[in-house]
Design a protein around this ligand. Structure first.
Ligand code: FAD
Length: 513
């Protein structure tokens, strides 16, 4: 008996594969989802952002997935699914360190940057505890009618005019899956990359980096300074130093995710491939982390990734497409993985909803690649400025200005103002930002003062968060007043801002300024 031909085969059941599979079912397609492992399982990539949550929420509405909607904000997640682990993320916290230097007082806040992403816990973002989160989604996909096969070993893919065929094994028996279209959701250097012998491509100007990470229990909380814009532990905490950075993300189940991403040069100095001893060397060099991890227990073995960034030379064919998470990866800095992946899911869903894929897929490839390059330019420039924290802060304002503008535009129903990731194809912001970042990536030496002035000029027409105001001294809470001041940049009336604030910050006092 010959195998059925599915409309869509999705390979990889991380959050992205399961979500896309569910959406394809909602679009009336027959779908098979193939996974090499078995849920629940560990996965890295945990910290969401306002843009990720807005994109996810939009998908839940557009494709009638109401059971996923609570996962888009901390408060409703806690009420609906307290058993699905997650962490509270109120914003981005950065601390700068000189490696090996004793902890110093930073009362003038020149070695820190705190940018709030939400005004209170109820609507805050989250860190997804992926073992629980991805397990939940794969069960939802099955409930939506997706045929799910785990523990598969796939080794080949071949295309013909009518279909694409995947060969492998399951439970020691031969497995053949036939589909009209395959979506690869297996991550960088994943299934189709190997099966179709796709080539990689460099990310121009981006340094070679490596990562080392694990999960811990017994990690202390950092001291909370007075009157900060949000509790510093309820955030994606970044410890930046010349040559790399460390992340610390705390979940509500006692687990902490921590790891480091560093240049090859720093990886060599730390002997990163050693795993646990290398992590101990990192802690020795950053006293505040040594204190925080003094009583920490390792919950699983360290993972060392010897080459972190990746860019596929080809993103889609006639009968297949790589999700953005399989097409490329830059770095965990700024949590760009989820929004890029969700943007790609949204674009692919529209293509799957039509009957002709061709033109849509070439636009999808181009958008996916240019989003990735925009992220790589920005994060590459941030790597280049890690020794110079004031400049690092200024460059990061490009990110915060672009995303806060895009997020508010979406919330106000004006997403046309901010179509692309990091506004990279905005006619004003895009070329100016690219020219500046390219000049940083090429420069032998960097003039912080001049670059900072240029950055402030670039972000001004998009700045709806008071960014760069010296009076704030690197602490940026969410302020209603900033939104009123930025209303015209968003082509919004004060009444529209008030209407948004009435839902986002109910009970708070605000008025047009
Ligand atoms: C160190 C690190 C930290 C990160 N931190 C963040 C962050 O904080 N925020 C953020 O937004 N992004 C982050 N990212 C990026 C993030 O991990 C990805 O965007 C996200 O995981 C993509 O989800 P996914 O479901 O596409 O892929 P994955 O989560 O990688 O899932 C892939 C699935 O495919 C399965 N699979 C793999 N190969 C095969 C095969 N041959 N056959 C069948 N199944 C297969 C795997 O078992 C897995 O279940 C980080 C990435 C790294 C490397």
């Amino acid at each position: 008996m010959s195998e059925p031909v599915y409309d869509i085969a999705v390979v990889g059941s991380g959050f992205a594969g399961s979500l896309l599979a569910m959406i394809a079912r909602r679009l009336g397609r027959s779908v098979i989802l193939l996974e090499k492992g078995k849920h629940p399982r560990f996965a890295i990539g945990e910290s969401s952002t306002p843009l990720s949550n807005l994109l996810l929420e939009d998908l839940t509405t557009r494709y009638d997935l109401p059971r996923l909607k609570p996962l888009t904000k901390w408060g409703r997640w806690q009420r609906a699914y307290p058993e699905v682990g997650c962490g509270l993320k109120r914003g981005f916290t950065f601390y700068h360190h000189e490696l090996g230097e004793a902890e110093t007082n930073d009362s003038d806040r020149t070695r820190q940057l705190l940018v709030a992403a939400s005004p209170h816990d109820e609507i805050a973002d989250t860190h997804w505890y992926r073992a629980d989160f991805d397990h939940f989604l794969v069960l939802e996909a099955q409930a939506a009618g997706v045929c799910y096969l785990d523990e598969v070993g796939l080794h080949a893919a071949s295309e013909s005019e009518e279909e694409i065929r995947i060969d492998g094994t399951r439970n020691s028996a031969k497995l053949t899956v036939r589909a009209k279209f395959v979506v690869d959701a297996t991550g960088p250097r994943g299934f189709l990359h190997r099966a179709l012998s796709l080539r990689g491509r460099p990310l121009p100007g981006f340094p070679h980096t490596q990562a080392l990470f694990s999960h811990f229990s017994g990690v202390r909380r950092l001291d909370e300074p007075q009157a900060q814009p949000f509790p510093v532990n309820a955030a994606a905490v970044h410890h930046v130093f010349d040559g790399g950075w460390v992340w610390v993300l705390q979940f509500n189940n006692g687990i902490t995710s921590a790891g480091t991403a560093v240049t090859d040069r720093m990886a060599e100095r730390l002997k990163l491939a050693d795993g646990a001893p290398a992590w101990d060397r990192v802690l020795e060099l950053i006293p505040v982390l040594k204190k925080q991890f003094a009583a920490a227990r390792l919950e699983r073995p360290f993972i060392h990734v010897p080459r972190l960034s990746f860019r596929s030379g080809c993103i889609a064919g006639k009968r297949w497409a790589l999700l953005p998470s399989a097409a490329g990866f830059v770095d965990p800095l700024l949590s760009t993985g989820f929004p890029l992946t969700l943007l790609g899911i949204s674009r692919l869903a529209e293509i799957i909803g039509t009957d002709s894929f061709g033109a849509g897929l070439s636009a999808y490839s181009a958008q996916t690649d240019s989003d990735l390059l925009a992220a790589a330019r920005l994060i590459g420039a941030l790597y280049k400025s890690m020794a110079n924290f004031p400049l690092f802060v200024s460059i990061s304002l490009l990110y915060f200005a672009a995303v806060s503008f895009a997020e508010m535009a979406r919330r106000l129903g004006k997403s046309r103002l901010a179509g692309s990731f990091l506004l990279h194809d905005h006619p004003l912001f895009g070329p100016q930002c690219k020219a500046l970042l390219d000049s940083i990536l090429r420069a032998e030496s960097l003039d912080s003062q001049d670059l900072t002035e240029r950055i402030l000029r670039i972000i001004e027409p998009f700045n709806v968060a008071g960014l760069g105001d010296p009076a704030r001294r690197n602490w940026y809470p969410v302020e209603a007043e900033d939104l009123y001041r930025g209303a015209s940049k968003l082509e919004a009336t004060p009444d529209e801002i008030s209407a948004y604030l009435a839902t986002a910050m109910p009970g708070s006092y605000f008025q047009a300024v």
